[in-house]
Design a protein around this ligand. Structure first.
Ligand code: PNS
Length: 162
């Protein structure tokens, strides 16, 4: 069983994340989407909501499951007996941060494999923070997120409701 972990804060999950997860699911037997507590980032949505939105958004992918995790990613990878961690790379601006994280994880565990998948060109610019900002300012986020996430954001920012 070749298992991969796609980790992130998913605050909230976007169509860009879903694209990367679907591409990963086509390459591995099983994909675990690891939703990090990420308390330091003070997420907009509580952990349970981020997990529930990811589960609903990914329900069409039979070999994908969503689990919350706290603590180190290297420990979660061991616990889940995953072969690799897969992350999406958008523009070159992601590279430095991802390179640093991959290097640190590799230092902590030499068996830790970080794989990167290029986001589809239509999602190169997309981030959860941008989606949150657009929603908070009343913009239309339909093209960026699945319907359940749109509804959750509109509930948080009622001005965005159309
Ligand atoms: O979607 P994000 O916020 O860019 O995801 C970052 C995440 C959750 C993958 C990263 O912060 C992480 O791995 N957190 C777990 C804690 C950890 O292992 N930190 C050391 C790695 S540098």
């Amino acid at each position: 069983m070749k298992r991969a972990i796609v980790p992130g804060t998913f605050d909230p999950i976007t169509k860009g994340h879903i694209d990367v997860i679907a591409r990963t699911a086509a390459l591995f037997d099983e994909v675990i989407v690891g939703v990090a507590v990420s308390a330091k980032k003070h997420p907009l949505f509580p952990l349970e909501t981020r997990v529930a939105l990811a589960e609903e958004s990914l329900s069409h992918l039979a070999n994908v499951k969503v689990l919350p995790f706290d603590g180190l990613l290297v420990d979660f990878v061991h616990e889940q007996q995953a072969l690799a961690v897969v992350k999406g790379l958008r523009a070159i601006t992601d590279f430095e941060y991802e390179f640093q994280m991959a290097a640190v994880n590799y230092q902590m565990d030499a068996d830790f494999e970080s794989l990167f998948i290029m986001s589809g060109p239509e999602y190169m610019y997309l981030s959860s923070s941008m989606v949150r900002e657009i929603a908070s300012l009343g913009g239309d986020i339909e093209r960026f997120v699945p319907p359940c996430v749109k509804a959750a954001l509109e509930e948080k920012f009622p001005r965005a409701a159309h």
